[in-house]
Design a binder for this molecule. Sequence first.
Ligand SMILES: NC(=O)C1=CN([C@@H]2O[C@H](COP(=O)(O)OP(=O)(O)OC[C@H]3O[C@@H](n4cnc5c(N)ncnc54)[C@H](O)[C@@H]3O)[C@@H](O)[C@H]2O)C=CC1
Ligand SMILES: C[N+](C)(C)CC(=O)CC(=O)[O-]
Length: 479
Amino acid sequence: MSKAAIIGGGVIGGGWAARFLLNGWDVAVCDPDPEAGRKIGEVLANARRSLPALYDRALPAEGKLSFHTDLAEAVKGAKWVQESVPETLELKHRVLPAIQAAVGPDAIIGSSTSGFKPSELNAAGTRAIVAHPFNPVYLLPLVELVGDPDTCAQAAEILRGIGMFPLHVRKEIDAHIADRLLEAVWREALWLVKDGVATTEEIDESIRMAFGIRWAQMGLFETYRIAGGEAGMKHFMAQFGPALSWPWTKLMDVPEFNDALVDLIASQSDAQSGHLSIRELERLRDDNVVGMIRALRRSGSGAGGVVRAHEGGLVQGGEHEGLPITVARQVPTTWTDYNGHMNETHYLEAASIATDRFMEMIGADAAYVASGKSYFTVENHVRYLDEVHAGERLTVTTQVLAAEGKKMQLFHRLWREDDRLAATVETLLLHTDLTTRRTSLPEPQVTAALTGWAARHAAMPADGAGRFVGQRVPAPETV
Ligand SMILES: NC(=O)C1=CN([C@@H]2O[C@H](COP(=O)(O)OP(=O)(O)OC[C@H]3O[C@@H](n4cnc5c(N)ncnc54)[C@H](O)[C@@H]3O)[C@@H](O)[C@H]2O)C=CC1
Ligand SMILES: C[N+](C)(C)CC(=O)CC(=O)[O-]
């Protein structure tokens, strides 16, 4: 089991702890704050309800979490140490040498710093790289890596393994890439509030109703390329480039950061969002972020592509009671309803994903479908036997009941985390020619694979298959 040590368990350290833990790493947190355990517990609770919801496969079993006040004890045996103490160079200059003195020579030492350059961080001879993440660290994939290229390459490999997107910054610069952009927007927004042009809420509306949505899926330059119309980027530059020298922006000036400005911004922010606690706001943000990233999975754009690539490396398959496991995933909160459990539609969704997986297993995969052949479902029978709750691991096994000519009859069992049977779904599919939209015989290799599975499953029990709606419910199967 790999171990990560997080030095400083605040907003960002807590997010790193959750990211590593939920990807199967053991995590040691070092923070002098006696409240660190409670705070990280709350961040973890939010991470547990959101991160697994990005995936259609289960994440690895969670690692072990420990808390330490002694830094040397925390970093012992760690493969990755992430410094996440407050943003003062003086403090980082005390903490980084202490980490380096206590950690093995091969361990990566990353700093979460939002703005300091590696040459500043390492002024006292340390070997840290910048590994700058984004809040919430457990959901957003980007980590800006700055520093020694070999160390950054090793770090990138590890970060991909926990579902993140490492971006190597070619040249060190204050505030790296993303924070320079964010600072520019933030400075302009402060002027707009200070000058009474807009409230904090109006500024947020101008972002979330328009360019915030665009940025999440195409960023800045690809978006502007489209804005140039058919003539593309050159036309866009010709049209809007000159505006940069008009008095549109105050980007170079910083408004005086005095109490009056802080009070103005804070009071407007209280009026806008003060009715929700920070944890409630985090849950709202997390649910929205999960929904947006899941939407991006389909096209593989941006963060959706990162999740898909990471998911491809998550273990799937195996057997349960002699039957192939066709789904192993965690139940997202979006699958639950007002009764506080998984809604009926998603029992069928899980079975449908199991059917897709089984089709791949017999060679009726994406390439086969692209060649113009597939299976269509013509009948389903769902038996709801037990509740399933958000976050719970759900496993589906698939048994072939019949495989004759165009027909494929499957019996999916949905197992809860405690190995109780949650549902069975019996499903009948017919092989179909996608050009004529009529039923047809499968290709010989698909028939051979399917009948092979059918022969292996023929002698196995299938209690509950063949029932009609309204038939008395038999006692649920248990292991
Ligand atoms: N908050 C944000 O949005 C982001 C912050 N960062 C960076 O992450 C770092 C941490 O920032 P936050 O988490 O926001 O700060 P924070 O104030 O929430 O957390 C800092 C934590 O460090 C602990 N700490 C202080 N001295 C320590 C020491 N000597 N040893 C161990 N722990 C110590 C504090 O008790 C506190 O829990 C900063 O470098 C910041 O620039 C990076 C990305 C985003
Ligand atoms: C405000 N901030 C500079 C600490 C922000 C970041 O560093 C990244 C983020 O999460 O926005």
